[in-house]
Design a protein around this ligand. Structure first.
Ligand code: FRU
Length: 475
């Protein structure tokens, strides 16, 4: 697209691959992410969606159905193999979700302090419009997992009747804060795994005999610790195999740049402006604005044994220093394009985690390169792939406190996860004041050559069935 007057050019990115072990971290720069505003319409009526329809999630109706009346449901993933195929198991589709009790006296925004991994199943050939997901309960019995709160992860079928769950073991030591649903001491965070049995018969799916192992805790050098920053992020493991490195298993996860919060200083590479660009910011301006406080990264680790119970860190594959503080639930999606193998890195982020001077919506961000570690090109030049309808001309907000006048759909969905065939599932957060805790209608994106577009011919004006996580491999 031609340059937008008033906006600097995005950073050139070669997409060139490096070895996974190399010390090269791709940067999602300020110049890149400012393209979100360059591509946004500065002249919409206040509170209308200012983003292109190509990157806007279709509107969720306010009368959405509740998936389950006992638990709120948010971050969700399917049973997969090492290539992110979604596997049916003995005629059942199985999904895993963070859940919290709807009737325990805390509110929806306090769910994070009380999160558990639950699971649901339904027949593989079920009608996704009419056959509900059946709730199977908590995946792990009480008190069994590492940590007292279970956050996001992924689940793989590793043998005929064996599953391996990768999850975030979060431990809130401050009980009062936990009950209050906020504040208090920062939690411990570890990435953990649990190996267990899966079985099914005509009545449903069950899990048993999980063995839990702690895998990784932040090192404070590449990945920030809670001592360095009470608001640190270390979570959301997603494992995969890379055809370019047979025999190895990798993991991407959400992290922050190591070091004490506030000590980082933005560098020219974090800004990424071309020399002489008249719309460039200076390093001093950006640091004076305090943008160094936002230091998200996407971490990489590699397994040291075939059982995937020993891992070591590699340098992050992407950093968003001075751009955004959270790059959550990362996933790698490998696709053949024009005879080349392309690696898409998808991650989710929020409006409120952007650094000073930056603005973008809640939703999915994507990057494309020639390998798992490469000089990633932000998709659509900006990184934005799928945002909730938002007037980006208004200041950023949080789902718990939206203001009148902003688009009522700005927090309609979060925790998007890109499934095979470009189907994107997410959970409903806040649709025009009605809080969610249930899965969104699945939408579809088509993407190729680093460019994506919401498919509005999919489903009803772009909205597929609620909570549609179909399996694409049937065993
Ligand atoms: C995304 C997220 C994840 C985390 C979970 C905790 O919605 O922030 O990063 O695992 O929510 O509830």
């Amino acid at each position: 697209p031609p340059p937008t007057p008033g906006f600097a050019f995005p950073t050139p990115h070669s997409q060139e691959a490096h070895e996974p072990e190399d010390n090269f971290t791709s940067k999602w720069t300020r110049a890149d992410a400012r393209q979100i505003m360059a591509q946004s319409d500065a002249n919409v009526e206040t509170g209308e969606n200012s983003m292109s329809p190509a990157v806007t999630m279709p509107e969720i109706p306010r009368d959405f159905p509740e998936m389950n009346d006992k638990v709120w449901v948010w971050d969700t993933w399917s049973l997969t193999d090492a290539e992110a195929n979604q596997l049916s198991y003995k005629g059942w589709d199985v999904i895993f979700s963070l859940v919290a009790d709807r009737n325990a006296g805390y509110n929806f925004d306090q769910r994070h302090w009380n999160a558990r991994i639950g699971y649901f199943y339904r027949k593989t050939n079920a009608d996704p419009f009419n056959d509900p997901w059946i709730y199977g309960g908590h995946l792990f019995p009480d008190g069994q997992s590492i940590g007292n709160t279970e956050w996001s992860g992924s689940t793989r079928l590793v043998a005929r009747n064996r599953v391996q769950v990768f999850y975030t073991a979060t431990t809130f030591t401050d009980r009062d804060a936990r009950n209050r649903g906020g504040g208090g001491a920062p939690p411990d965070a570890a990435i953990a795994t649990a190996l267990g049995n899966i079985s099914a018969d005509s009545t449903g799916v069950r899990f048993a005999n999980f063995q839990h192992t702690k895998l990784l805790e932040p090192d404070g050098v590449m990945y920030q610790t809670k001592e360095q920053n009470p608001g640190f992020a270390f979570r959301d493991p997603f494992t995969f195999e890379d055809p370019a490195h047979p025999g190895k298993t990798f993991m991407v996860f959400e992290g922050n740049t190591g070091g004490k919060k506030g000590d980082y200083r933005c560098k020219a590479e974090d800004l990424g402006y071309r020399a002489g660009d008249p719309y460039a910011e200076t390093v001093a301006q950006v640091n004076n604005a305090g943008a160094y406080n936002q230091t998200a990264n996407v971490g990489l680790a590699v397994a040291d044994n075939a059982a995937l119970t020993r891992w070591h860190f590699l340098p992050p594959i992407l950093s968003a220093n001075c751009v955004n503080d959270q790059t959550e639930r990362p996933q790698i999606f490998i696709q053949e394009e024009n005879g080349d193998t392309k690696y898409y890195l998808f991650t989710i982020s929020h409006q409120f985690t952007y650094a000073a001077g930056m603005r973008g919506p809640d939703g999915v961000y994507g990057f494309v390169g020639d390998g798992i570690r490469s000089d990633y090109q932000p998709m659509n030049n900006s990184g934005l792939v799928l945002g909730s309808p938002t007037d980006l001309n208004l200041p950023s907000e949080q789902p718990e406190a939206p203001t009148e006048g902003q688009n009522g759909r700005q927090f309609q969905a979060y925790s998007h996860y890109v499934q095979p065939k470009g189907l994107v599932q997410s959970f409903i957060d806040n649709v025009d004041g009605r809080r969610g805790g249930s899965l969104s209608p699945t939408v579809k994106i088509n993407f190729r050559n680093g460019v994506s577009e919401v498919d509005r011919t999919y489903g009803l004006n772009g909205l597929g069935p609620f909570g549609y996580l179909p399996t694409n491999v049937h065993k």
